[in-house]
Design a protein around this ligand. Sequence first.
Ligand code: DUC
Ligand code: ZN
Ligand code: ZN
Length: 455
Amino acid sequence: MDLIIKNGKIVTETEMFEADIAVKNGKIVAIGKNIDHQAETVIDAMGKLVLPGAIDVHTHLAMPFGGTVSADSYLSGTRAAACGGVTTVFDYPIQRKGNSILSLIDEKKAICETEACVDYAFHCCITDLNDGAILAEMEKAVEEGITSFKCFLVYKKEGMMVDDATFVKLLIRAKELGAMINVHAENPDIIDMNIETFLKEGKTSPWYHYLSRPEFVEAEADKRAVHWAKNFDAALYIVHMADKEGLEAAIDAKRNGNQIYIETCPQYLEFTSAVYQREDGRNFVCSPPMKGQESQDALWNAIRTGGIDTIATDHCPFQSYEKDWGKDDFTKIPNGCAGIENLYPYMLSAANEGKVSFNKVVECCCANPAKIFGCADKGSLTVGKDADIVIYDPDKKFTISVDNMHSDYDHTIWEGKELKGYPVMTISRGKLIFKDGEFLGKPGWGKFVKRVTNN
Ligand code: DUC
Ligand code: ZN
Ligand code: ZN
């Protein structure tokens, strides 16, 4: 054996039990009591939890956005991922209008080949069908293992939005290919109308970022997206769900047998719209914005009751000086916040405090992402799967600070957040890449995850 992890408590999406895990050639080869093979490395996990590595299915690394580029490269973002127990990252490359998505995927793969510190996959964002050429390219993309595509129902002025007809064409095409469409749902016209009014009235603080896109603005687009998916009988994955009304509509559709998946993010579980009243409110500006307490309570409840399928980050950090561009005008604040290194520790701490079960965290952060997005080798501690493993010390106290993160940003919305328990080791395909606060991996270690369709 290459590695044996002994005496730990294994957590799956359904169970928790004491057992050892044996690893060979990057794969889990045995799970059982008192495995007594010889191994090159033996880790004693007494008193620790042994969990699958998390899959962050929503990041924006090195993404041109808001007049700049998001602050984490594929290297620093995946390094931070490793240090937060994330062993697979799904990034969202965005098609430039008129360009091919296949060349975009090639470009991103080439970067990741040398930079990625953990395994990676892509959902490709489509902004333009190029007279149908992209619908044809989607087939090739699926063959290459890109089995999900995203579109934005917002960002009209930014040139990223698709209209409803394009959205429906994508739903239909994805269905033909056994693929899936992911959607960012907010209503662009009402947002732009609100922004115009607020700016005319001199209402320029970050609070008006929230008021320009409050609960009902997201809810309308969530419902519209669900409506089209339902009526064209297509699968739909709603990213970063943040509002109660949209959440309930999506859960209803799911319960009625439609193939709807729902993602939320830790920032919506921890913060409410009250953050936009803070002096540093601009640092929390992301879209959709944090909502009110009622929405937050509904999100937690839906996690506990199975309405929410996945928890991911929407990691898209910007530096303080970039956030400062919007000190006197919220429309100039680049949208996005950090989260890749906080996802798993935050959710596991919530479990440790009794807010949800550890099994539920594994389900939403590991097992469901792997199942929904066709990663056959990932997402659970099972014989035959990749040995992507996190060892978690439930007694370790940790306070998040920009100084103990492993990204390239200079501030974090999570500053000062106290966690109960923290990952102490991350293992990627059998290799130790993080231990006791220190990154031990190397750029280029990460491999492309070629996905398969579920249909
Ligand atoms: N929202 C953000 O806040 N940042 C990146 C893209 C997005 O949709
Ligand atoms: Zn989005
Ligand atoms: Zn996003």
